[in-house]
Write a protein that binds this ligand. Structure first.
Ligand code: DGJ
Length: 358
């Protein structure tokens, strides 16, 4: 079944979604609303990220189906493209699950938070994602990799594994390495990888940031030059603070990380961290949300997934905070929050912004 472009499966899922999903393409970004693509169907790219490539934006995310089944991967990774970040063309399923029993990507596995980078050397697109093997809940905690020749795919699955087996992080203390720690427990098999994102620094080096050590500690691992492997250099950051949903950006030479707490699909207050060095130390700066107590307690009902830097006409950088409003009982109905990042006393803040234009 080839569902790479304008997938028929995507179409039938849209029908499941019903007439509710058919609407006009918006002329502004309206967080929390249905967001129709070029066919009038609610965009289906959850836990996603955006790649800017040759003047076009490519939005990759988890394709969800209706009901509880949508919390597992039944179809694959969906990609959309856009010139203006408001009008999105459905480019189909770019990484498909397998229907072969026992395959790593067997339908029913958990495939979350896909992010894609372009490798200027090989001219390939490299996707990383969080993978849980079918039937094992969240115990596998693997990082998956796939590559494609074009941004719309099809992506070919390469492998999945835990991260950096047999390597200690550059900032591990002697106590961290002692038997009994989660880090030491996973030393030989590799570190756990759950919620994740990717980040490319100004010097072109790429990093994989993921919730590890039973979701208690984030790790930042440098990728090798071809982007399909880890280089072996990695650090533990914010140990024991139970952060997930990491989203990272750089502004005026400093690194900013927005993450969430660990409350499953239920929203919780966002957390802001700042560092001068990617490998730390990172400093906590509380909750970046400005608004009502409820908005602050729930991050507007959402959970971070990505921060997209865009260049304005006058060459300055603007940042878009992307988050998911999960609907675990009917996963396909999940909504998106996209907000422009504001600044207050040198720190990024998030305010609910209704119907805005990038
Ligand atoms: C929160 C994570 O951020 C999501 O990606 C997903 O893994 C859910 N937990 C599952 O409960």
């Amino acid at each position: 079944m080839k569902i790479h472009r304008r997938g028929m499966l995507a179409g039938s899922v849209a029908l499941l979604h019903g007439a509710m999903a058919r609407a006009q393409t918006p002329a502004s970004i309206a967080s929390g609303q249905l967001w129709p693509d070029d066919r009038g169907l609610h965009i289906n790219a959850h836990g996603g990220g955006v790649l800017h490539h040759q003047g076009r934006y490519w939005w990759y995310g988890e394709h969800k189906v209706a009901g509880d089944a949508g919390n597992r991967a039944q179809v694959g990774v969906h990609v959309y493209s856009s010139a203006d970040l408001m009008h999105w063309r459905d480019e189909g399923i770019c990484l498909s699950v397998s229907h072969q029993p026992g395959d790593d990507l067997e339908a029913g596995c958990i495939l979350e938070r896909p992010k894609v980078l372009f490798d200027p050397q090989s001219k390939r697109f490299v996707m990383w994602f969080h993978l849980e093997l079918k039937g094992q809940g969240y115990a596998s905690a693997r990082a998956g990799v796939a590559v494609a020749e074009q941004p719309q795919g099809p992506f070919t699955y390469l492998r999945s594994a835990r991260v950096n087996p047999g390597v200690w992080p550059i900032n591990a203390t002697p106590e961290d390495c002692q038997a009994g720690t989660k880090l030491a427990r996973d030393f030989s098999g590799g570190q756990m990888c759950r919620d994740m994102t990717l980040f490319v620094d100004d010097d072109g080096r790429a990093y994989h940031i993921y919730a590890s050590e039973d979701n208690q500690t984030l790790q930042i691992a440098e990728l090798a030059p071809d982007l399909t492997r880890h280089s072996g250099r990695y650090a533990r950051i914010l140990p024991g603070l139970a952060n997930e949903a990491p989203a990272l950006f750089k502004h005026d030479g400093r690194y900013f990380l927005i993450a969430s707490g660990t409350t499953g699909w239920a929203p919780n207050p966002a957390r802001l961290y700042v560092a001068d060095n990617l490998f730390g130390p990172w400093q906590a700066h509380g909750n970046p949300v400005r608004g009502t107590p409820e908005q602050m307690a729930t991050t507007f009902g959402g959970q971070s997934t990505f921060i997209l830097p865009i260049k304005t006409a006058n060459g300055t950088q603007r940042l878009i905070f992307m988050a998911d409003i999960w609907q675990p009982k009917n996963a396909i109905d999940g909504r998106y929050i996209w907000l422009p990042i504001d600044w207050e006393d040198g720190l990024p803040v998030l305010r609910w912004t209704k119907g805005w234009t990038p």
